[in-house]
Design a protein around this ligand. Structure first.
Ligand code: NAD
Ligand code: LMR
Length: 336
């Protein structure tokens, strides 16, 4: 189960918890962008962060100067385009929202050719400069970018599958929020586990595992699942060419990072979904899969099985696996 809901996690960030040890060096790659800026702001507020390095091919020093005036204790530094290695020096957690976002009419897969090179190059530098850091990939298509980064680390001889994460938290945030809206409850009390991957049909919310969703059946259930699977499109269309989700994603990214910080600091029972190297469907040729994982000092401590699924969820899972297989193969093929 989800140890702490997304909303509860953020409220602990907001309270500037004094119990958290400020001991993690964090680097954001893509800090000047639509996600990168608010994400950097939220990381500046996180009590676990000791040092925050902000890198982008444009604009990071300005973002860093701005964020650095916030009166929390972490130190913030900005880096120019030619300072990638310096930005990664000493990083323990690297968060990556670098790359192009969708416009209306595009799929996440349409971003592949541009973003694959971005992830390849950033992962190559990270593997060289900070090979033991935990890397959290937000860049789309996440389903293919995580295999690419993993292969880069493998080729560099420093691959630790426990430290590479695809950030699928926005799906959890959406499923939780949409369900709470329907049943009229506080989202803090309706956390939903979402498994599979991060795009359309590969996103599988497990509403059967959340008691608050028990009364949602038939067409209403299908509509809710569809809204979670295609919530990203809702934002892309509403932004009408100005990009995709940035603010909710910054929140989701900061929430996932906070869970990772707590796990790294030795807190027990920090469990949240993430798209990682996974044994769950490896025998079917699916090397990466999002499911609940327990975070700990070494990154992924434990990968949870999916638990019991309804017949409908089994059907959704089948479609997800078909999509994932193709996305993962495409990622691997990029580096052949
Ligand atoms: P954006 O265009 O606003 O920002 C991207 C930033 O990346 C820009 O500042 C750009 O200069 C920078 N960048 C590009 N190449 C770089 C490189 N080689 N090194 C460093 N920085 C580089 O886009 P955005 O809205 O912030 O979205 C970023 C990515 O996140 C997109 O791929 C988007 O699809 C993805 N995204 C993922 C999720 C998710 O749930 N995982 C949610 C929303 C968006
Ligand atoms: C999302 O789910 O909002 C992101 O993956 C961005 C997108 O392209 O939809």
């Amino acid at each position: 189960m989800f140890a702490r809901s997304a909303a509860r996690q953020l409220s602990s960030v907001r309270q500037f918890s004094s119990s958290a040890a400020r001991n993690t060096n964090v680097t954001v790659l893509g800090a000047g962008g639509g996600i990168g800026q608010p994400l950097s702001l939220l990381l500046k507020l996180d009590p676990h962060v000791k040092r925050l390095n902000l890198y982008d091919i444009r604009g990071a020093p300005g973002v860093a100067a701005d964020v650095s005036h916030i009166d929390s204790a972490s130190e913030v530094k900005g880096f120019e385009a030619d300072q990638l290695e310096a930005a990664l020096e000493g990083a323990e957690v690297i968060v990556v929202p670098a790359g192009v976002p969708r416009k209306p009419g595009m799929s996440r897969d349409d971003l592949f050719s541009t973003n694959a090179s971005v992830i390849r190059d950033l992962a190559t530098a990270a593997a060289r400069v900070a090979p033991k850091a935990n890397i959290c990939i937000i860049t789309n298509p996440v389903n293919s970018m995580v295999p690419i980064a993993s292969r880069v680390y493998e080729k560099a001889g420093v691959y630790d599958p426990k430290r590479i994460f695809g950030v699928s938290t926005l799906d959890v945030v959406r499923a939780t929020r949409f369900l709470a809206g329907i049943v009229g409850q506080d989202p803090a009390n309706t956390p939903v586990t979402v498994v599979g991957g991060h795009s359309g049909e590969t996103i599988v919310p497990l509403f059967s595992q959340q008691a608050a969703a028990a009364g949602i059946t038939g067409e209403a259930y299908k509509k809710l699942v569809h809204r979670v699977q295609f919530g990203g499109d809702e934002v892309v269309q509403a932004k009408a060419g100005a990009g995709s989700a940035t603010l909710s994603m910054a929140y989701a990214g900061a929430t996932f990072a906070n869970a990772l910080f707590r796990g790294l600091a030795g807190e027990k029972g920090v469990i949240t979904p993430s798209y990682v190297r996974s044994p769950l469907f490896e025998s079917e040729g699916i090397d990466f899969f999002a499911s609940n994982i327990e975070l700990g000092p070494n990154g992924v401590e434990k990968i949870h099985s999916l638990g019991e699924l309804t017949a409908e969820e089994q059907e959704y899972l089948k479609a997800a696996k078909d999509g994932l297989k193709k996305n993962i193969q495409k990622g691997f093929a990029f580096l052949e």
